[in-house]
Design a protein around this ligand. Sequence first.
Ligand SMILES: NC(=O)c1ccc[n+]([C@@H]2O[C@H](COP(=O)([O-])OP(=O)(O)OC[C@H]3O[C@@H](n4cnc5c(N)ncnc54)[C@H](OP(=O)(O)O)[C@@H]3O)[C@@H](O)[C@H]2O)c1
Length: 301
Amino acid sequence: MTTKLTVLVAGATGMLGTKIVSALLDKGNIDVRAMVRSLDDSKEENRQKKGAMKTKGATLIAGDLMQPETLLPACAGVDVVVSAIGNNEVTVPGQKNLIDAAKQQGVKRFIPSDYSVDYRKLDYGDNDNLDKRKEVFEYLQQSGLEYTLVLNGAFMEFITYMPLFDLKNQIFQYWGDGEMPLDLTTTDDTAKYVAEAVSDPDLANMALEVAGDTLTSKQLKAIYEGATGSKLTEKSLGSIAEMQAWITAKKASAKTLNEYVFHQYMYAMVSGKGKLDTIGNDRYPHIKPITVKQFLSKGNS
Ligand SMILES: NC(=O)c1ccc[n+]([C@@H]2O[C@H](COP(=O)([O-])OP(=O)(O)OC[C@H]3O[C@@H](n4cnc5c(N)ncnc54)[C@H](OP(=O)(O)O)[C@@H]3O)[C@@H](O)[C@H]2O)c1
């Protein structure tokens, strides 16, 4: 007789977390515990999401990452914790609290909220948001808990929001020679891979690197034009070193992170520094991740 795995999802009402809960339930052999900040949510959108999760078979449990006392009961009897919390002031202290609670409750595996380029290869300062992932990962390693990282490059849903596209002016702009391959995956496919990663014995203290597509900037432009029928003017914005200088100058004068952080993400991609080196889609041949062409052809631009 095999015992069912119990998986706790933190950030279950989030954009990605909701999809992870659903993908875990689709596996059919996992008890899914969806952690939510409040069982009695005032946000209508969250109420609907929670209702759908419950109907599909998830158990809801209250827990707040900034209230450590709520995390011990949430982690009791859990085999794997999957974090899908967003990027904000909670990312580091909240996930550290969750790691502590998971450790105390004998959780077997922890998947932190990464879902990004390979931030392990970046230096501190390269990306203010990814610095938080580095800090959490270091804490996780020190905790001695078994971990699995899920790295998927950029979410395909955000392609046209990347600084590569200036659609208002019908411009496609790039840095370097435009030939560096960029890794892109949809949130749905990322969630499916997370559902595999929770129970894959070969992923103990490993990263699962996946990509629905890997395209250079110039290929991305051509595929966008083919899928949408529009023609973009190509513009070189200079070398990677010039991009770095632009980010440094912008950061020095910026009032908000959003003024430069998207360029920092882009830098990690177009420089190749955050490139996924060992894409392991083949581990799960039943998952057929969608390509950028398929994604854009469905009218998703
Ligand atoms: N690679 C990419 O291109 C890309 C793009 C976007 C996001 N991501 C990454 O994907 C991950 C998930 O992001 P997302 O956009 O799906 O996040 P999101 O939609 O902002 O969701 C955040 C979740 O965290 C929960 N949360 C916030 N504070 C909490 C607390 N104190 N205690 C418990 N839960 C708390 C929220 O609950 P409430 O509903 O109660 O607020 C919500 O469920 C992040 O690591 C993000 O950086 C990657």
